[in-house]
Design a protein around this ligand. Structure first.
Ligand code: ACM
Length: 276
């Protein structure tokens, strides 16, 4: 953590729920830019996974064509929006690194800092389109006017593995930022448990509608949400329609890992009794 800043007492965190049009990167970026510009003030704003390209790539060669480096138009836009709004933005993009392609999320801070998470747990057809993330989960300190917020990023299907949120929480993340393109019906409820068992906040930004590629079609579930460390859904968007929601969250709740006087969540772990 930065020596100059103390932990923030609270932060304004939110999500932008979008309806990307497959392959229409310019249009998707313009639409998101308008929504970000209209959002209430925020310290952390989460956009969906692959929000600028759409999700349903036909195959790896097609996805590679849409792949961008961290200097590409999508991350450049995130940096511009973060600078102009004075808040950090995290969003998913297809990250091309030479011949490799990752389903990544970039966190852009107002000072131009960019950090990248590469999705560890690939979902279904992603397994023959993307390379699996090649770095461990990390937590990052984000400096805000009110102090430092420690965040962790995971992408969509990472929710199925409790190890994702647990790793981020063990690294000290107070808020989990979760760009998503959800298709299974259970994530929104499961994230309540992820928050409860780790005592963290989670912001899941999902997309709506469908990607229809003729012979391939997927429908996404919307219902983006913010969940509190006690497992309570603070706000949840409808299944359909674009929207942006920002809430002020109390970070002290996420730093207090005590369930009872004698039960501190992480101190009570028994790795010696676990397998795998
Ligand atoms: C998913 O991981 N996009 C379902």
């Amino acid at each position: 953590m930065s020596e100059s800043m103390s932990p923030a007492a609270s932060a304004r965190v939110g999500f932008l729920q979008t309806h990307p049009r497959f392959g229409e990167v310019e249009r998707n970026l313009e639409s998101a830019a308008r929504r970000v510009a209209e959002a209430p003030p925020f310290e952390l704003l989460v956009l969906p996974e692959l929000f600028s390209t759409g999700y349903l790539f036909r195959d790896r060669p097609e996805a590679l064509e849409f792949g961008e480096s961290v200097d590409g138009p999508t991350v450049r836009a995130l940096r511009e929006w973060a600078a102009s709004r004075g808040g950090s933005i995290v969003a998913g993009f297809a990250e091309r690194d030479g011949g490799r392609l990752f389903n990544s999320a970039a966190l852009a801070e107002p000072d131009g800092t960019v950090r990248v998470y590469r999705k560890v747990h690939l979902f279904d057809r992603e397994n023959f389109i993307f390379d699996p993330g090649d770095r461990p989960f990390e937590a990052w300190d984000v400096e805000t006017a009110g102090g430092v917020v420690r965040v962790g990023v995971m992408v969509c299907f990472d929710w199925v593995y409790p190890e994702s949120a647990r790793s981020l929480a063990l690294l000290g993340a107070e808020v989990i930022l979760h760009p998503s393109n959800l298709v299974l019906p259970h994530c929104q409820e499961a994230m309540r448990t992820r928050c409860l068992e780790n005592r963290v906040w989670a912001v899941t930004a999902n997309r709506t509608a469908e990607d229809d590629r003729g012979d391939l079609r997927l429908e996404f579930t919307g219902r983006s949400q913010i969940v509190a460390p006690v497992g309570k859904v603070i706000t949840r968007a409808p299944a359909d329609g674009e929207c942006v929601v920002v809430e002020e969250v109390d970070l002290a709740v996420a730093r207090d890992k005590k369930i009872t006087e004698r039960n501190e969540i992480f101190g009570g772990r028994r790795p010696d009794a676990y397998s795998g």
